[in-house]
Every structure is written in structure tokens, then in C-alpha cells.
Design a protein around this ligand. Structure first.
Ligand code: FAD
Length: 418
């Protein structure tokens, strides 16, 4: 089989890259070892996070670092057996999180974040996926009144971004979310970010985008990306439908992208931030209307087709370690303080892996030493959000079109020539 491009990985990033290449006239084969949207893109919190104009930084305040070091928080945990291995990544992440470097990272991500909702909207319409998406924003909720006041003040600093925001005192929040506890021990105030959209089933959204790609003539094949090899003037990969050869190949394997780039000798510092989710069926008469982030406890509650999805913050542990139930158990305990979660839907929580670079932006662009090979991975906390915009940028670079955003911040060689 021949194609113009083989895209490896059918998560939100690979599917959107495939769609954008197709729109620009390329014949594309999309290869995954499983079905579309079954990796990290299945289990996220579903936020198309238009308001996230500052990336998630490593904390710089000593009390916060000490709190995390104690390893009792629900928002960030680590496996002590793996922490030494993680130190080089964490050190770089910490360095890139200084106020000056964070401003650079925020500027670098901004074009993708700003384009996120519009780029999704175009695909949502074409893929007939409107039933999966709501345009009611998400709510950042605070228990500590002083923290709430501080966050209101901090949000004012984002005014130049023109984000739509509603500040909710406790009664106003209760009017929007009557089942969530307010007052003593509950939510004292909240920020309702109105620009973001939310997805009721991110895995299904990725599948609908993949179906659109097929309807437009794209091929989806099951195969192991590890079989990628140079072939003639391009690349080839073995699939269940036979070998597919193409002049160009895209590595969009999310947290498993190192399978390819490490083998080819690239020392890109891809780190993994693990995270969990579990669905709950709320009792009769209890409802959750918006995605709510309990900011002090660091988890998200999001209404999904499968039930209310509780997603955790970050766990630093080796990617292949078995799931550790402690973080989600802690998040569940905290969540039950403010909402009657009812019963879990699944017997075991889902474990996902956010693919992260220490400078808080993905790698999007050509592989420096391998003509015809392209990278698109490391979308971290915002892969659902920026998947379509990232796919557009990659396709523009690959087809020689004028890129809508400066691609320099995403170059693969920014970590060194190798
Ligand atoms: C708990 C949690 C909550 C999150 N919440 C949000 C959110 O609200 N908003 C947001 O924007 N982002 C969120 N994210 C991040 C987002 O989910 C990721 O950034 C995004 O899904 C990454 O997409 P991807 O396509 O790069 O990777 P993936 O979705 O993991 O796709 C990679 C694909 O590669 C395939 N693959 C891997 N190895 C091979 C191989 N050897 N051969 C063939 N195929 C292979 C996999 O099967 C998979 O389909 C969250 C993440 C987590 C874990």
C-alpha cells in the first residue's frame, strides 16, 4: 500500500493531524495498535481549555514544594521508587517555570490555545459531533475564602487576554450547582470561565473525528508503530492490512512517542505525568451541571455520558508501573465532602499518561536528522484542547503552507542538536 503520509497514533493529536493533511490534498494512512481515541485521549477531563493561557508550571513557592514532598496531597503524588529517575525532568521543569521562562512558555502556547475552540468547532460541525459538546464553560471552585479572593485578583491580571469570566460568590455558585455543598467546609466562591467548551465523551469525539477522516477517504489501519523503518525515499510500517509506505511519516504516539524517537537516537526529554479517572452514578435528585475543578484538592468533576467523571491531578511514577489506587481514593474522599457521588460505575479506575516536555510545549515539526519524518507529541495537560490547532500547524509545515503560528517554539532540536 502507498500513501503520501503515514500518521502513527490515532489519539486526538494524530487524528487531527491526519484530517488537516487530508484537507490539504494528501492521501493519509492512520496507524494505531488499537482503535482511535483509546489512549490518553479516551480518559481526560473533557475541557477544551480556551482560558488556560498560562501552562501548568512547577511550583516555585517553598511551602507548596514541601507540601508535595510529604506526598499526601491529592493533586500531586509521586512514587518514591521512581523519584530519582524523574529528577532530571523535574529540574528542567522547575527551571522553565521561573516567572521569566513561564512567560515565554505562555507566549509560545498562546496561538494554539487561542485557536483551540474555533479549530474544534469546524471539526465538530463536519463530524456531526455537536451532541458531545457543551458551550457552558467550566468552574474553578475554591473552599478557602482567602484563596478565592487571591484568585479573583490574579484573574484580573489576565484581562488583556479578553477572556469571559463570571465571579461567583457562594450563593451564585449554589444557584448554578445546587447539589454541591457551599458554606462551611464547602465551596466559598468560584470563577466561571465562559470561553472553554466541554466534551461529554472525549474518546467518542476522537472517534467521530476519525470517522470523518474515513468518510473523506482516509484509511485507518491496525499496526505496531515500532515496525517503522526507512524504505526507499521514505518510510514504511507493517500493519494488519500489509505494509504501508509513504514519503512522509508522523510520530503522534503521545506518551509512547519515545518508542520511535529514542530508537532513532533523539534525546528529547519526554516525561510522563500520570492521572486517573473513575465515573460515578449520582443518586436520584443529585446533579452536576458543569465541569467543576476543586482547585485546592486538584481534581475535576465533569458530567460525562458514562456518569460524573472524577479525574485526578498528577502522579509521577514510571509509566509502566501498575495503577496505584491511592491518588484517586484521596480525590474521591475529598469530592465526597462537597458532592454525594453515589456509586462508582467501573470496578477499577482508568490510568492515563500525559506526555509532557519540561518547557511546557509540545514538539511539532520535522525530525532534525531524518528527512520525511515529523514529530507531534508532548501536548501534556492540553492535548484535547489544542489537538486540532496542532494538527493544522503540522499540516501547514508539511505542505509548505504559511503556518498560522510561529513554529519555532515547538522545534524538536530546541533541546540540543540530538
Ligand atoms: C487525567 C487526565 C485529564 C486530562 N484532562 C484534559 C483536559 O481536560 N483537557 C485537555 O485538553 N487535555 C487533558 N488531558 C491531556 C490529554 O488527554 C492529552 O494531552 C492527549 O490525550 C494526548 O493525545 P495524544 O494523541 O498525543 O496521545 P494518545 O491519546 O495517548 O494517543 C496516542 C496513540 O498512540 C497509540 N500507540 C502508542 N504506541 C503505539 C504503537 N507502538 N503502535 C501503534 N500505536 C501506538 C495509542 O494506542 C494511542 O491511540 C488530560 C490527561 C489526563 C491523563
Amino acid at each position: 500500500m502507498k500513501a503520501d503520509v503515514v500518521v502513527l497514533g490515532a489519539g486526538i493529536v494524530g487524528v487531527c493531524a491526519a484530517l488537516h493533511l487530508q484537507t490539504r490534498g494528501r492521501s493519509v494512512a492512520l496507524v494505531d495498535r488499537a482503535g482511535p481515541g483509546e489512549g490518553t485521549s479516551y480518559g481526560n477531563a473533557g475541557l477544551i481549555e480556551r482560558s488556560s493561557v498560562v501552562p501548568y508550571a512547577f511550583p516555585r513557592s517553598v511551602p507548596t514544594i514541601l507540601r508535595y514532598a510529604l506526598n499526601r496531597s491529592s493533586d500531586v503524588r509521586y512514587d518514591p521508587r521512581d523519584i530519582l529517575r524523574a529528577v532530571p525532568f523535574l529540574f528542567r521543569y522547575w527551571r522553565h517555570s521561573s516567572p521569566g521562562n513561564l512567560a515565554v512558555a505562555a507566549r509560545a502556547m498562546l496561538p494554539l490555545i487561542e485557536a483551540s475552540v474555533d479549530e474544534h468547532d469546524a471539526l465538530i460541525e463536519a463530524a456531526e459531533a455537536g451532541d458531545l459538546v457543551r458551550a457552558e464553560g467550566w468552574i474553578a471552585a475554591y473552599r478557602d475564602p482567602r484563596r478565592f479572593e487571591q484568585e479573583v485578583a490574579d484573574a484580573a491580571a489576565l484581562a488583556p487576554h479578553g477572556l469571559r469570566l463570571s465571579v461567583l460568590d457562594s450563593p451564585a455558585f449554589a444557584a448554578l450547582e445546587p447539589s454541591v455543598r457551599t458554606g462551611d467546609g464547602g465551596i466559598s466562591g468560584a470563577l466561571h470561565w465562559l470561553d472553554p467548551k466541554t466534551v461529554r465523551d472525549p474518546g467518542e469525539l476522537t472517534r467521530r473525528y476519525a470517522r470523518l477522516f474515513e468518510r473523506r477517504g482516509g484509511r485507518i489501519l491496525v499496526g505496531d508503530a515500532g515496525s517503522l523503518h526507512a524504505s526507499g525515499q521514505g518510510w514504511a510500517v507493517r500493519t494488519g492490512g500489509g505494509e504501508v509506505a509513504a514519503p512522509d511519516a508522523v510520530v503522534a504516539l503521545g506518551p509512547q512517542s519515545d518508542t520511535i524517537f529514542r530508537t532513532l537516537g533523539y534525546a528529547i526529554p519526554l516525561g510522563i505525568k500520570r492521572g486517573y479517572h473513575r465515573h460515578f452514578t449520582l443518586p436520584e435528585g443529585v446533579a452536576l451541571r458543569h465541569a467543576v475543578v476543586d482547585e485546592e484538592a486538584g481534581y475535576v468533576l465533569a458530567p460525562m455520558r458514562q456518569g460524573v467523571r472524577l479525574t485526578t491531578g498528577v502522579e509521577f511514577a514510571r509509566s509502566d508501573r501498575p495503577a496505584d489506587g491511592r491518588q484517586i481514593a484521596l480525590a474521591e474522599r475529598k469530592a465526597r465532602e462537597i458532592l454525594d457521588l453515589g456509586t462508582p460505575v467501573e470496578a477499577h479506575p482508568w490510568l492515563g499518561r500525559r506526555p509532557c516536555l519540561p518547557d511546557m510545549r509540545p514538539v511539532i515539526g520535522p525530525a532534525p536528522r531524518h528527512p520525511g519524518l515529523w514529530f507531534s507529541f508532548g501536548h501534556a495537560h492540553h492535548g484535547l484542547t489544542v489537538g486540532p490547532a496542532s494538527g493544522r500547524l503540522l499540516a501547514e509545515l508539511m505542505t509548505g503552507a504559511e503556518p498560522f503560528a510561529d513554529p519555532a517554539p515547538y522545534r524538536a532540536d530546541r533541546f540540543g542538536p540530538r
